[in-house]
Design a protein around this ligand. Structure first.
Ligand code: LMR
Length: 398
């Protein structure tokens, strides 16, 4: 027997909730687990700009031949423009390279594999808390990780001083993983001044930034959400960015993400790309085309791009509206002051609920949130906000 010694693994802390939710027979169950946007009707929509792009692709596509190992050149170019802005020196100088990876997760994994395979570094500093998968991705790529504090439970804000004090322990050459915006799970991002301090610090300590950029446009806007990345790029010549189109174009199951590596100059970038292609070739060979073509069609067409921006704005504004509504309802039902929820950015709210309270919400109310107390605000609607707030009030008062 080969497999008899293998034990069953626990369910994934985030995606496993969706499976458990589907099986739950509670009549008024609510799923606020995985980070997936839902509209007011409780549906994860296909954006209109995406539908239009798909029609164009269907009409014009003539072949299903392989894409280049790192994806289409125009996909890479449009991705870099989105991250840095079209006129940015990094974009115009050609000192950054991009490869299409399957989702932001794929970009994080291929980036981590690249760091390991090329002996770039051995240790990655990761925020505590963070997206649960970060730790496993870097570990499975053969890297070690250390944690830096990020969240101050007392103020519901960023534990900036403790974060910087802990990062002082990093050794020259270590990697620091940062969330560009809409920190997952806390929704708390550094201010511009704090980004500047972080960038100065990374440059002084000679640390390599690895930026997880999964939510561009979900915080304050496309350019606003890129400010941290751009500030870091102004101080650090080299960095990696794992970006994702899952959320901002709603392309969750198309798995469209990108790994961008910024290098010292264009000649270095060419060498890096040649090595990066080996990492990709030996893991996924070359990327799937459909989602990549959707992104390229939407971002490359003036009208579709404008339509996308307005659809993205509508998603962002709906989430903000739900933050306010949830806070109001929680106060109304006597749960206390949750106004900090309105200060958080992106899809998630770090509610402060503990593990027992999260369990009670699930068992007694059929409400699913992540064990850390993370609520997906992007799944709240005007219809489910009241039962949700009543249930939270009941568990905090118990
Ligand atoms: C999340 O954090 O819920 C999302 O990024 C989905 C995922 O893959 O975990």
């Amino acid at each position: 027997m080969f497999f008899d010694r293998i034990e069953a693994a626990p369910a994934d802390p985030i995606l496993g909730l969706t499976d458990a939710f589907k099986k739950d027979t509670h009549p008024n169950k609510i799923n606020l687990g995985a980070g997936v946007y839902k509209n007011e009707a409780g549906v994860t929509p296909i954006l209109n700009c995406v539908k239009s792009a798909e029609k164009v692709i269907l009409d014009t596509e003539t072949s299903k031949a392989y894409l280049p190992i790192n994806g289409l050149p125009e996909f890479g170019a449009l991705t870099r423009e989105l991250i840095f802005g079209a006129d940015h020196e990094i974009v115009t100088s050609g000192r950054a390279v991009t490869c299409h990876c399957p989702g932001g997760t794929g970009a994080l994994r291929i980036g981590s594999d690249f760091i390991h395979q090329q002996n770039v570094a051995t240790t990655v500093w990761i925020s505590d808390p963070t997206w649960a998968n970060h730790y496993s991705i870097v570990t499975n790529a053969g890297l070690k990780f250390e944690r830096y504090p990020y969240y101050d439970r007392a103020t519901h804000g960023l534990a900036f001083d403790r974060m910087m004090e802990t990062l002082e322990q990093a050794n020259e050459g270590d990697v620091v993983l940062l969330h560009a915006c809409c920190h997952n799970p806390t929704g708390i991002d550094p201010t511009i001044e704090q980004w500047e301090q972080i960038a100065d610090f990374l440059a002084r300590k000679k640390l390599l930034p690895f930026i997880d950029f999964a939510y561009q446009g979900f915080g304050h806007g496309i350019d606003e959400d890129a400010q941290g990345v751009r500030i870091i790029a102004s101080r650090c010549r080299e960095m990696l960015i794992a970006s994702s189109y899952s959320k901002n174009l709603g392309l969750y199951n198309e798995r469209v993400g990108a790994l961008t590596i910024v290098c010292e100059d264009a000649a270095a970038a060419e060498k890096i790309l040649s090595q990066l292609k080996i990492t990709v070739r030996t893991s996924i060979s070359n990327p799937p085309a459909h989602g990549e073509k959707i992104v390229t069609t939407v971002l490359g067409d003036k009208d579709l791009r404008a339509q996308w921006e307005s659809e993205l704005t509508a998603m962002r504004e709906r989430i903000r509206e739900m933050r306010v509504l949830l806070t109001e309802k929680l106060a109304e039902f006597g749960a206390g002051d949750f106004s900090f929820i309105t200060e958080q950015n992106g899809m998630f709210s770090f509610s402060g609920l503990n593990k027992e309270q999260v369990e009670t919400l699930k068992k007694e109310h059929g409400i699913y949130i992540v064990g850390s107390g993370r609520i997906c605000v992007a799944c709240i609607t005007k219809e489910n906000v009241e039962p949700l707030a009543r249930a939270i009030a009941a568990v905090v008062k118990a």
